[in-house]
Design a protein around this ligand. Structure first.
Ligand SMILES: *[C@@H]1O[C@H](CO)[C@@H](O)[C@H](O)[C@H]1NC(C)=O
Ligand SMILES: *[C@@H]1O[C@H](CO)[C@@H](O)[C@H](O)[C@H]1NC(C)=O
Ligand SMILES: *[C@@H]1O[C@H](CO)[C@@H](O)[C@H](O)[C@H]1NC(C)=O
Ligand SMILES: *[C@@H]1O[C@H](CO)[C@@H](O)[C@H](O)[C@H]1NC(C)=O
Length: 308
């Protein structure tokens, strides 16, 4: 936690009391998941994902918390975002991209902010990805927490912070990964009785690949898992997918057609546009095994494997 960074004059327009209080108790929204533990199953964040050089962000927008992200400061992308699913409703908002002021200045205000039109503060540029990083990069801005997994407009809006975004090939973002997000949404809407907790993250390359010269690391794969502790079994079509995924389901999606096929095989019959961007559904345990291989430590995404 960086609690004693000096803030520029413009950001010191906070009430003196708040500024002093944060010196002592460091109550920044970047610096712990305590204020947003409701977005994790049993209020427990995933364990085992490397925490060195990361910031725990309680994603706050207009005075309210909407989800949580573990942000990798060196790679300038989230490692994962965790949220509570709600059935789809409404359209994708037209909203400006936002950034996280507290990554740049620990004493800045707690809400995510839209990027300014003009020049961007150098500490913001150093501390996180900015819009220009993605311009002409050949990668789209891929949401980990997608706006279509929410019905509340504030929840949707809040997903448009670049601290929830990773470089994702269009073939994945508009193809198999989008299909997977949609199928997850209909499955949970039909069969999940209460809360469904979703964690979506990245698997980095063994040796990092970057856009814009070491600015933003490209993930080799995206992964996702849900935990729906209380589900309806009536009328469930008995397909392999639902057998696999009533209380939990996981998946890994390719973000690079050149990757080997050990983790996710390529369907050679797919049209050219989507070929090499397959998503493989799998059990939570299988996903955790692959994450362990790449991250080098035992990973547990949901407390007690999502059992009650
Ligand atoms: C992006 O590419 C276009 C077309 O080549 C070019 O006109 C534009 O200046 C580039 N923008 C940036 C920010 O590099
Ligand atoms: C969502 O964003 C749109 C576009 O900026 C804005 O008009 C609207 O008021 C926002 N709604 C909420 C609930 O934050
Ligand atoms: C369903 O599972 C059976 C047995 O494991 C397997 O042979 C079959 O290919 C699976 N079907 C699909 C559509 O995955
Ligand atoms: C895959 O390899 C080809 C040929 O080496 C290269 O042109 C392309 O950029 C690579 N794709 C990605 C996503 O790295």
């Amino acid at each position: 936690m960086q609690c004693l960074n000096s803030a520029p004059r413009s950001l010191l327009a906070l009430p003196v009391v708040v500024a002093l209080a944060s010196l002592w108790i460091c109550r920044a929204e970047v610096g712990g998941f305590t204020a947003c533990s409701q977005f994790f199953y049993n209020k427990q964040p995933p364990t085992g994902l490397k925490s060195e050089g990361t910031a725990q962000i309680c994603q706050r927008y207009w005075n309210r918390y909407h989800f949580a992200s573990l942000y990798d400061r060196r790679r300038r992308t989230p490692l994962y975002s965790a949220y509570v699913f709600s059935p789809e409703g409404g359209t994708r908002p037209k909203i400006n991209w936002m950034y996280e002021p507290q990554l740049a200045y620990s004493k800045a205000g707690p809400d995510m902010m839209p990027f300014p039109r003009g020049p961007i503060d150098q500490n913001v540029v150093e501390s996180q990805a900015v819009i220009l990083d993605y311009t002409n990069s050949s990668y789209t801005r891929g949401h980990l927490n997608p706006s279509l997994h929410h019905s509340d407009v504030g929840d949707k809006n809040a997903t448009f912070t670049l601290t929830n975004i990773v470089p994702q090939k269009e073939g994945s973002n508009d193809g198999p990964w989008a299909d997977f997000e949609g199928q997850t949404s209909s499955l949970l809407t039909k069969h999940c009785e209460k809360e469904a907790y979703i964690v979506t993250g990245v698997i980095p390359y063994e040796t990092d690949h970057w856009i814009k010269h070491d600015r933003v690391a490209i993930p080799e794969y995206l992964w996702s898992a849900y935990c729906c502790p209380s589900y309806r079994v009536e009328n469930v079509p008995i397909t392999n997918l639902t057998l696999l995924g009533l209380s939990t389901l996981a998946a890994i999606g390719r973000n690079d057609p050149n990757s080997t096929e050990e983790i996710v095989p390529i369907d050679k019959k797919k049209g050219k546009r989507w070929r090499g961007y397959d998503v493989r559904r799998m059990s939570l345990k299988t996903l955790e095994m692959y994450l362990k291989q790449r991250y080098g430590s035992a990973i547990s995404i949901f407390d007690n494997g999502c059992s009650l």
